[in-house]
Design a protein around this ligand. Structure first.
Ligand code: FMN
Length: 215
């Protein structure tokens, strides 16, 4: 089993999502010892934001490309293939300004490729990256999950659910630590709750519904 471990927090050793993804990966490996892990740190290795130079994968097949476009295209290709190859993807996704870090968005922009992760049919869009499990470590300074108003304000978990659902991933699991900026007791409670989530999300087999079907 191949696991892709992605971090996107810019807070280095002070990052809560980094500590959670490390625990998720360790727990996953303990339960699935044959797992091999690739690591992508988007704080130091993020692809550049989309530009005319990096949109090569959206050009019609056979289009002439500049050397810069070719080299940017190779980066996009490596990232989408790495994502497609993974059975399990663990993503550290802090809430920054009501959304995800722009580094994580830049990665999503590179892997959202027609013909690779989705396509359009006469009936509408179809995801092409099904059959994998995505585990999101969601960290937040405030509380959002406990009220309708809060849920409407966050564009982090809801956005990631939408994007991975669009790619065809039906098995998206959330490990959540929220209220991290609301005092020491609130933080301790958030971390305890996240650790309970970790035990639960790593107990289910990867992509459990399809694994059951194949058996
Ligand atoms: C640039 C930045 C923007 C933030 N924006 C929000 C926000 O909109 N809402 C919120 O509840 N917390 C916000 N926070 C707090 C973070 O979600 C919180 O510190 C969390 O622990 C970040 O995860 P990390 O520790 O892995 O970086 C923000 C933090 C930073 C650094």
């Amino acid at each position: 089993m191949k696991l892709l471990h992605i971090d996107s927090s810019v807070l280095a050793d002070n990052s809560v999502s980094r500590s959670l993804t490390a625990k998720i990966v360790a727990e996953w490996r303990a339960k699935n010892p044959s797992t091999t892990v690739q690591y992508l740190d988007l704080a130091s290795q993020a692809p550049s934001h989309l530009s005319a130079d990096s949109l090569g994968f959206r050009l019609p097949a056979g289009s002439a490309m500049s050397e810069v476009q070719k080299s940017e295209n190779a980066i996009s290709e490596a990232l989408v293939q790495q994502f497609l190859d993974a059975d399990v993807v663990v993503i550290g996704a802090p809430l920054y300004n009501f959304s995800i870090p722009s580094q994580l968005k830049a990665w999503i922009d590179r892997v959202a490729q027609v013909g690779r992760t989705f396509k359009y049919t006469e009936k509408g869009p179809q995801g092409l990256a099904g059959g994998k499990t995505v585990i999101v470590a969601s960290t937040r300074g405030g509380m959002y999950s406990t009220s309708e108003g809060g849920r409407a304000m966050e564009h982090q978990e809801s956005y990631l659910q939408t994007v991975f659902g669009f790619f065809g991933v039906s098995d998206v699991r959330i490990v959540r630590a929220e209220g991290l900026a609301m005092g020491e007791a609130g933080k301790a409670q958030a971390l305890a709750s996240a650790h309970t989530d970790i035990l639960s999300v790593t107990s289910e087999a990867a992509n459990a519904p399809q694994a059951a079907q194949a058996a």
